[in-house]
Ligand binder design. Structure first.
Ligand code: SF4
Length: 313
C-alpha cells in the first residue's frame, strides 16, 4: 500500500510547467496576502512571521522517498497551501532538490517577502521563480491582494526589482486580472509600467479560471486577455490551459486524487491527464469521493471543478 505523504503532493497539472510535484511547507492558507482571486479560498492565517512551519528534515525525508520511487515529474515546485517564503528554511529544501533531482526546482511566491535580503538569497537557489504583481499602488494592492497590515506596495515592487538584479535563473511574473477590479486599460498600463522596470524573463497574464475566494471575481475572456497582453512591452503571454505531457507511471489512487483536490480544484479531464487514467476510471474515483463527502463540485463557466471538502493542514 502506498504510504501517504504529508508535505508533498501530485504531480499536479500546471499550466506553466506541465507535471509539477508540489511541496507544501505551510499550514492551509497561511499567507501574507488574502487575494480576492485565491483558488484556495480566504486566508486563515494572515502573517508575515517567518518560521519553520513544517519540519525541514521531514520534508526532505519525504522528497527522498518520492525521488527513490522513480515516478516522473517535469518540475518540483514549492507551492501549495500558502506563501512558501514564510518558511524560514525553504532555501535548504530548494538546495536539496537542486542536488538530488534532475527536475528543475521552481518557487511560486507572491513576492511580498523579497524585500528581505535573506529571502532573496534563499529564493536564488530555485531554477525558476514566479512572482506576482496585480496592482499598481497601495490602494489597488489593498483591494486586490488584501495584504497583511505591515506590508506596503512600494516594498513589494522594490523586493521584486532587487531580486531581478541578483537572480541568475528564470524569473516569471504573473499578473492576475479581474473584470471590474484591475483590468481597465489605464490600470493595466500602470501595472505594465512597473513590470517593465522589474524586467522579468516572461510576463504571464492569468484570470480566474478556477473557483476564486470571492464570488464577485469575474474572469476575463481569452479575447479580453489578448487585448490586455498587447499593453505590455514585450507583449505578455496568456497562460494556456493545461497541456503537459502525460505521466505514464503515476499510480493514481483515491488518496492521491483526494490529496490533490484538497489543495487545488481540478476538472476530471485534468485529473485524467496528469494521472494518465481513462476518464471513466477517474469518474469512478470521483464518484467514491463524492459519496464519502470528501470532495464537492463547483461550476465555473461550462466546466465542473472538483475540490476537497476539508483542507490539508
Ligand atoms: S493567491 Fe497566493 S498569494 Fe494570494 S492569498 Fe492565495 S496563496 Fe496567498
Amino acid at each position: 500500500m502506498t504510504k501517504r505523504y504529508k508535505y508533498i503532493f501530485g504531480p499536479v497539472p500546471s499550466r506553466r510547467f506541465g507535471r509539477s510535484l508540489g511541496v507544501d511547507l505551510l499550514p492551509f492558507k497561511t499567507c501574507s496576502l488574502d487575494c480576492v482571486f485565491c483558488q484556495l479560498g480566504r486566508t486563515k492565517e494572515k502573517t508575515i512571521q517567518r518560521k519553520e512551519y513544517a519540519p525541514t528534515d521531514k520534508v526532505i525525508e519525504e522528497l527522498a522517498r518520492w525521488l527513490a520511487s522513480g515516478v516522473e515529474t517535469d518540475v518540483i515546485t514549492l507551492s501549495g497551501s500558502g506563501e512558501p517564503t514564510l518558511h524560514s528554511r525553504f532555501g535548504e529544501i530548494l538546495e536539496y532538490i537542486r542536488s538530488n533531482s534532475q527536475s528543475p526546482a521552481v518557487l511560486l511566491t507572491n513576492g511580498t517577502m523579497l524585500y528581505l535580503p535573506e529571502v532573496r538569497q534563499s529564493a536564488s537557489l530555485a531554477h525558476v521563480v514566479k512572482v506576482s504583481l496585480s496592482a499598481w499602488d497601495q490602494a489597488s494592492y489593498e483591494w486586490v491582494n488584501r495584504p497583511h497590515d505591515d506590508l506596503v506596495f512600494e516594498k513589494l515592487v522594490e523586493g521584486e526589482s532587487k531580486f531581478r538584479e541578483e537572480f541568475k535563473g528564470k524569473l516569471y511574473l504573473e499578473v492576475f486580472l479581474i473584470k471590474g477590479v484591475n483590468a481597465l486599460p489605464d490600470e493595466v498600463r500602470k501595472i505594465a509600467a512597473l513590470v517593465e522596470k522589474i524586467r522579468p524573463d516572461r510576463v504571464q497574464l492569468n484570470t480566474a479560471v478556477r473557483p476564486p475566494a470571492e464570488g464577485f471575481v469575474i474572469p476575463l475572456s481569452n479575447e479580453e486577455l489578448e487585448e490586455q497582453a498587447a499593453l505590455f512591452e514585450p507583449p505578455a503571454e496568456i497562460i494556456a490551459e493545461f497541456g503537459g505531457k502525460q505521466a505514464h507511471n503515476i499510480r493514481a489512487n483515491e488518496d492521491a486524487i483526494l490529496s490533490m483536490l484538497q489543495r487545488r480544484p481540478c476538472t476530471a479531464e485534468e485529473i485524467s491527464e496528469v494521472f494518465d487514467m481513462h476518464l471513466n476510471e477517474v469518474s469512478k474515483y470521483l464518484g467514491k469521493l463524492l459519496r464519502k463527502n470528501l470532495i464537492r463540485t463547483e461550476r465555473r463557466e461550462s466546466l465542473i471543478y472538483y475540490c476537497g471538502t476539508t483542507s490539508q493542514a
